[in-house]
Design a protein around this ligand. Sequence first.
Ligand code: BG6
Length: 489
Amino acid sequence: ELKGETTVVVLGASGDLAKKKTFPALFGLFEQGHLPDDLHIIGYARTKMSDDEFHERQVGHIKPPSDDASEETKSAHKKALDKFKSVSSYIAGPYDKDEGFQALTEELEKLEKERGGKPNRVFYMALPPSVFTVVAEGLKKNCYAKEGINRIIIEKPFGKDTDSCAEMMTALKSQWTEEETFRIDHYLGKEMVKNVLLLRFGNVWLESSSNKNFISNVQITFKEPFGTEGRGGYFDEFGIIRDVCQNHLLQTLSVLTMERPVSFSAEDIRDEKVKVLRCISPIAREDTLLGQYVGAEGKPGYLEDDTVPKGSVCPTFAALALHINNPRWEGVPFIMKAGKALNEAKVEIRVQYKDVTPGIFEDVARNELVIRIQPSEAIYMKFNTKTPGLITRAIPTELDLTYKQRFSEAKIPEAYEALILDAFKGDHSNFVRDDELDVAWKIFTPILHWIDGKQGEAPKPESYPYGSRGPEGIDAFTSKYGFKRSNEG
Ligand code: BG6
């Protein structure tokens, strides 16, 4: 664990990721007293700004206490904000020249001298992928603390396919060891994703029924009610599969399906994740359904965004079926569904069990275990009970663990808070290991190359209206893999 004498350098400090995620998360941890007392934060980016201008940006996305919070809470928040700003400073410099990093080192050394003790440096790369490698090299060459602990935190996109990812990893690994590297997939920091291992391996009934004998199919669904407005140019280079399926949804799938780890250590957990991922065949073309949204009810279509290339066939929606070739999961389809500009905001895992053997009850709905990742964290089991009263008829109902009700006082941490704290503690459990990344890409690379038009003509996605449930074929697609929609909530 990093205790005292720590400086966090946020590279790309003037960008969106830093503003929206990194700084609010750092502040959340700082306010709750989770960070070392004599922490210092340095923002680094190309844009020239004064410390004051930087502070304005830095705290711009930090949520103030609600209006009805007590005066005490409000003043404590203000005090924490002022303190947070007072330990944060800014340096402007280039990403590709030593001189910028040398100025950064001078600042680091100055702060470290004032503080005394060993220097610990955490470099958080909130940067576009085009400069990842050059910055990682520049930092290693110029800013690496010889005596203290050095850590580097990076985040997707890690390349665009198996080869480009390998190239990037090789370049990074020539400078930074696996031990020093923390690859974020922020879904692994989400409370309900972190809960999956506990649910599975801490409940005998759940673990013993998590297999092909009981489960018909599993869906992992990601729905957002907004389109790519404003970031269409970036999105078009990647598409929905690279944006959320290959990383966030696959990570969720791997914790849901891995075998019990030997221990709860980072390496044991990640060994099991890699093992199950290696059992997944590359996704087949016939197991995909692609969509792209068109304008509806005053909302613009994907192609109407000026930053999107004309005639782009980039998918903004994908439904994919994955198959795990191991004895536990053989024959159980895992359906990933992800889309922008849909009818609601929802991310959930839905495990649908098999039918009850027929003969004694009519029309009993299938059991379903739903883990709602967001919004409003919940776990509920759809199950059947006798209709209360003098008749014996089954009625579908729910065993419901909605967090807001059951744990109303609990503060659910933001994903980035959980992960940054783990990185401070040196715990890699919820970070992506290099071999995990490689197998993850192998599952997706063939269909991505097909979609990119590298193997002949690119497939044309089906249109769906902004604000709808997705392309028309979606229900037929999920029922093809055994999902019965009758009892979907
Ligand atoms: C990001 C994607 O990785 O995850 C975005 O690039 C997406 O397109 C986001 O909106 C979703 O994260 P969250 O935490 O809002 O579900």
